[in-house]
Design a protein. Sequence first.
Length: 225
Amino acid sequence: MKIAIVGLGGSYSDYISARVASQEFDEVWGINCIGAIIHVDRTFMMDPVTRFIHTENAGSQTGVAREFLAKNTAPIYSCIQHADFPAIELYPLEEVVKDTGVCYFNNTVAYAIAYAIWKKAKKICLYGIDFTYKNVNMAESGRACVEFWCATAISKGIKIEVAHRSGLLDTNVPDNEKLYGYHRLEDPLVQTVKDGSLLITKQSSIDPPEPVESEPIIFGRHDHV
């Protein structure tokens, strides 16, 4: 099962690009209220729903969260149910912890990845999972937890794909800066992919990309009647 987990960070736009390019997923899982913007099959909203309905503590997300909760009918996993929102289900915490052998959750994305591991997903694609909050301590704590669960998934043979614009797993770091120490060499070692496998090689050994045409051909512009 190939799962897309889509959060509210800026790299969620890579999910849009993936769908425009006809990439398919067996299911799309949303974090908090992203389901108000795109279709999701499941949502993970681990804060009590009362935080969004009865307070303004979610800040600018409050309005769109209320919009999503009012129209959503697909499952929402949370820490507590609410009589006014029958779609909300209790997150299967005990089952997930027993299956993975780990209980380390300090943000909602971590719960979603752990759930995917429990469900025996084959591939998890992460979009909008960026951790660029103003609160640096919270951001770094959350990123560490999510990257831990990514490593746990990889250790179980699950493939992880991260949006190009995301800082998660240093995905948006230039290739010649990813390997600390080696990045200081005159000809840095870089990672590349060959035949589906990771390869470490010198930067000078990699063929440069093809040049982009200065005047790209736009469909229809050069048609002749």
